[in-house]
Design a protein. Structure first.
Ligand SMILES: N[C@@H](CCC(=O)N[C@@H](CS)C(=O)NCC(=O)O)C(=O)O
Length: 247
């Protein structure tokens, strides 16, 4: 049996649900509500000491890290393979998944917390926020959460800097997709799955203009959205984070 600890509108959880849906794997979900900082509850930290979602439990084994989870799923359920057979394409797949982990996901964190999560945290009792932040496993996470829950005005310069990182990343993605249909090459793979939540988050942040003049990315997005598994993985409108507001 597979249990996924996740939240609906969390980047890394969409990535894993997309993989599960492509493979047609049945799973059950346990919601970890990020808007209530439930990722820092002691019971959850016992499963995932990083205090983040997702976490997969398979027949009693605990697997964390979305990239590791997706590779694990691809190994254990090989019927619908999501890694190319060609070694060069496999290497390209890993390079682009790493790019998502190292650049794309970090770039959306700040705007997500400053423009969206902030409004959810404002509704929580201060003592609860303080208690949860005190349990954060590292300083960076504690500072991110403290800043987003402080009630202070949005750090506009930091949001603009994040947009610049995204723009540069999109330029690199456009160059890749101008020569091959999928990030790994000729084969749809875990790399496309990993990168798709980035596009979804940018759309929700109203940053879709960043690929207005990038036809290869626009074409790839159209092909991704046409996949039934993509639609299955995405949150419903009612499961979305609060709409972004700069105030
Ligand atoms: N490298 C981790 C990152 C996990 C991560 O940052 N998850 C986000 C949601 S996409 C989260 O739980 N954020 C809560 C927090 O940072 O407090 C992975 O890929 O699983």
């Amino acid at each position: 049996m597979l249990t996924l600890y996740h939240d609906w509108d969390a980047f890394c959880c969409i990535k894993v649900r997309f993989c599960l849906a492509e493979k047609g794997i049945r799973w059950q979900g346990e919601i970890v509500d990020l808007q209530k900082l439930d990722q820092l509850r002691p019971e959850y930290l016992a499963l995932n000491p990083n205090g983040v979602v997702p976490t997969l439990i398979h027949d009693g084994s605990v697997i964390t890290e979305s990239t590791v989870i997706n590779e694990y799923l691809d190994e254990v359920f090989p019927e619908v393979p999501l890694a190319p057979r060609n070694p060069v394409e496999r290497a390209q797949m890993r390079i682009w998944v790493k790019f998502e982990d190292d650049v794309l996901h970090p770039s959306v964190k700040l705007p997500t917390y400053q423009l969206m999560m902030r409004h959810a945290f404002a509704k929580l009792p201060r003592e609860l926020v303080e208690a949860r932040i005190a349990a954060a496993p590292n300083k960076a996470q504690a500072e991110k959460l403290r800043s987003a829950s402080s009630g202070a005005v949005v750090d506009a310069a930091a949001v603009a800097a994040a947009q610049e990182v995204m723009d540069r990343a999109l330029a690199r993605m456009e160059a890749r997709l101008s020569i091959v249909p999928w990030f790994a090459g000729e084969t749809f793979s875990l790399a496309d799955i990993a990168i798709s939540p980035f596009i979804d988050r940018l759309e929700w942040l109203s940053y879709a203009g960043l690929w207005g003049s990038r036809p290869a990315i626009s074409s790839w997005i159209g092909r991704m959205k046409a996949r039934p598994a993509y639609r299955e993985a995405m949150p419903l409108q009612t499961q979305r984070l609060p709409a972004p507001r700069p105030d």
